[in-house]
Ligand binder design. Structure first.
Ligand code: OSB
Ligand code: MG
Length: 377
């Protein structure tokens, strides 16, 4: 592949409803779509950054800066790319900035699979034709409001319900869900680092409710105290924020910091690294699932392709497009093939068309970056 041009689109998409976590409230998604061009073909990916550095250290602004100043020039410096894994290697001397790396690497993966004429899922090594869908419910004004959403999403057929918790909105919420809907709800809680080991009694109380897992209860950069906590809980701990690479995953597994890992492509710096984490977890009998960052359609399509790998045995955060969007940026939108199940596309690349008209509707900034190396040669 010789990439001749890269289009960088910054989009602002209003969420149907605000989404609140222990670190704040989001009203819209402000993110980038990257298109990498090679002749007639374009590979697409979407950045998972948020407007504020509250989930990780990146923001939509830092992603834009890193892409323009470092990552795109570095990609162009390599004359020809044989395989997307080379992009992961090419970016490895640059520290962190994983979401910025991931969006460019992901677009190259899509381009590569389009060139090969195979689905992205197959290029990644995935075998499944369908995956199970889960949904994440934010912190709401009241427990009743969360219960109403749980009821709706269960009726829709979702196979996993994740609820966000924070101090003061935790035990009572879980108890209310169990009291209303019983043990049949495949339920988990995500704390987004809102607790410390001082909260051990409260965490032990949550332990009674038979959750599938508790996600990232302790600090965003911790794997030591999570190991201490896991020894005292029956409920599996799932790490999200703490895992940025296959090396992090290996160390967390070795320490016993978790029994499950949430893989988010952006957080770990791309699909190549996501596959490595998947493989290390598989070798150690640690199941994984694909976490979400309120993606629009392109990001959703990437997540579906990744989830087709065999150790993604737990439903992820990947929901239908209409969970967050009035109008998504792909055609067709992501919808269930049957309740709670999504098809893994059989056509080449991400398997969805980018809806240019919708993309333009949300566009706030566009940059076209040409590869001068190609023009000169
Ligand atoms: O921790 O999983 C998280 C959204 C933004 C930031 C962090 C998280 C989330 C979600 C979103 O839970 C899930 C989704 O994409 O539906
Ligand atoms: Mg999480």
């Amino acid at each position: 592949m010789i990439i001749d041009q890269i289009n960088l689109y910054r989009l602002k998409m209003p969420l149907k409803n605000p989404f609140e976590t222990s670190f704040g409230r989001l009203l819209f998604k402000d993110f980038h779509v990257v298109g990498v061009h090679c002749g007639e073909l374009t590979g697409y990916a979407e950045s998972t950054s948020l407007p504020y550095p509250v989930y990780n250290e990146e923001t939509t602004g830092t992603v834009s800066y890193m892409l323009k100043e470092f990552l795109i020039p570095r990609l162009f410096s390599k004359k020809e790319i044989g395989h997307p894994k080379e992009v992961d290697e090419l970016f490895s001397p640059i520290r962190r900035n994983n979401m910025a790396k991931a969006v460019l690497e992901g677009a190259v993966w899509d381009l590569f699979s389009k060139q090969e004429g195979i689905p992205l899922s197959r290029a990644l090594g995935g075998q499944k034709d369908e995956i199970e869908a889960g949904v994440s419910i934010g912190i709401e004004a009241s427990i009743e409001d969360v219960l109403a959403k749980v009821e709706k999403f269960m009726a829709d057929g979702y196979k996993k319900i994740k609820v966000k918790i924070k101090p003061g909105f935790d035990v009572e919420l879980i108890k209310a869900i169990r009291n209303r809907f019983g043990m049949d709800v495949p339920l988990m809680a995500d704390a987004n680092s809102a607790y410390t080991l001082d909260d051990i009694e409260l965490l032990k109380e949550i332990d009674q409710y038979g959750l599938m897992m508790i996600e990232q209860p302790l600090a965003h950069d911790d794997i030591i105290e999570h190991a201490t906590l896991q020894k005292q809980l029956q409920t599996p701990i799932c790490l999200d924020e703490s895992i940025h690479s296959a090396e992090d995953a290996r160390k967390a597994i070795e320490l016993g910091s978790c029994k499950i890992i949430n893989i988010k492509v952006g957080r770990v710096g791309g699909l190549t690294q996501a596959i490595k984490i998947h493989d290390i977890c598989q070798q150690n009998d640690i199941p994984v699932w694909c976490g979400g960052m309120l993606e629009a359609g392109i990001g959703r399509a990437h997540n579906i392709a990744l989830t087709s790998l065999s150790n993604f045995t737990i439903p992820g955060d990947t929901s239908e497009s209409n969970r967050y969007w009035e109008r998504d940026i792909i055609k067709p939108e992501v919808t269930f093939k049957e309740p709670g199940k999504l098809s893994v596309p059989a056509s080449s690349g991400i398997g969805y068309e980018v809806d240019e008209e919708a993309l333009r509707e949300y566009l706030v900034e566009e940059s076209v970056i040409k590869n001068d190396q190609v023009l000169q040669s």
